[in-house]
Design a protein around this ligand. Sequence first.
Ligand code: ZN
Length: 454
Amino acid sequence: MTKTKITHTCQACGAHYPKWAGQCLGCGAWNSLVEEITQIANHPRHQGFSGTTPAITPMQHVTLEAEEARLFSGLKELDRVLGGGLVTGSAVLIGGDPGIGKSTLLLQTLAHLSQHIKVLYVTGEESLQQVTLRARRLGLPENNLLLLTDTNVERIIKCMQKEKPAVIVVDSIQTMHTDLLQSAPGAVGQVRESAAQLVAFAKQTNTALFLVGHVTKEGTLAGPRVLEHMVDCVLYFEGEQDSRYRVIRAVKNRFGAVNELGIFAMTDKGLREVNNPSAIFLSRYESPVAGSVIMATREGSRPLLVEVQALVDQSHMGNPRRVCVGLDTQRLAMLLAVLHRHSGITTYDQDVFVNAVGGVRVTETGADLALLLAVLSSLRNRPIPQDTLIFGEVGLAGEIRPVQGGQERLREAAKHGFKQAIIPHANAPKEKIGEMQIFTVQSLAQAVDYFKSI
Ligand SMILES: [Zn+2]
């Protein structure tokens, strides 16, 4: 026997209250109470020992199931971030700014899947006419695309029980609400409870579920972040809305690599996969430009060539500015300190701006050396040849540390016609890679010496 009861739980300290209040009495946090459903079961804990013992299994007796069945979305880049296709019965959360292309991507995916299996698109934001208009504009097949406009989770689940689709899209989770709670749609409690019911139903019926979630600029409240632990896979749209390209990153994936990137071009026919993603992050100049460096980063399982630009300019402020777009500002400050301490190059009277071209976000430390050499190149107004690849992590002692997958990065660069590379000593390849001349460095001082000789 279980009994459901509504309580208000503080998101900061976990205290429960029967009624909502503006401030938590336990920890003093404001606006932290969220409506939740609690199940009060006749738990054996309250009745003494239940009498059953859980079974222990020796590892050699564990049988492995065959690979999960995968469905293909028709977009290779989406299948890539999903870890090689959509797993049946999995729950995927797709987050991103409003208008960045989440609905377009999923409508395209469903239209493709609808040719083989039963799919359902649930929209709580747009009318059926709006969805149909979009599908027509994108030139998608319409014959098998089932649509439902509703925002009530219980009714949606009833409909799913009757129709039994193999894949369902819920657009968006912020518009959904459940009868169990009284708060308005979009409130954290509603978003979480609605998602929990949909995910549970999808798991029971082996339905693949896509949840669309809007990310609010400021952060977590009512955002999809509260859902991340409920789903198998979390994908986020990155990059600027005015860019022609869209980058999707797998932030969590139970069935594939984390940080895997899918790269798409936004066209009038919807999102198209980009076959040679390295090419779009490189700008080709007529002649080399000071402050521009090409690095090889490895996000997920694929190496990617990215151009890093730096602009160093005399500062007129007491506190010179350090601004990063697509890179980590804290790390830049640390690297500038290393540059000063171990190479005697000062930037305390300079503003430093750094940008990763193409709206891609570089999260790994392998960008360190490229970033510092871009800064140096701008500071000295001396260009680094365009066919030079640079990567490597810089330590606080001024040492250059190796990165993962050095060979793959070099091969990717050789494929794009790069002639030379400055890389960590420990990443030196055993055999020649293409026509590339490779300079290995062990310390920042060596790298700076090499820069001076260019
Ligand atoms: Zn509290």
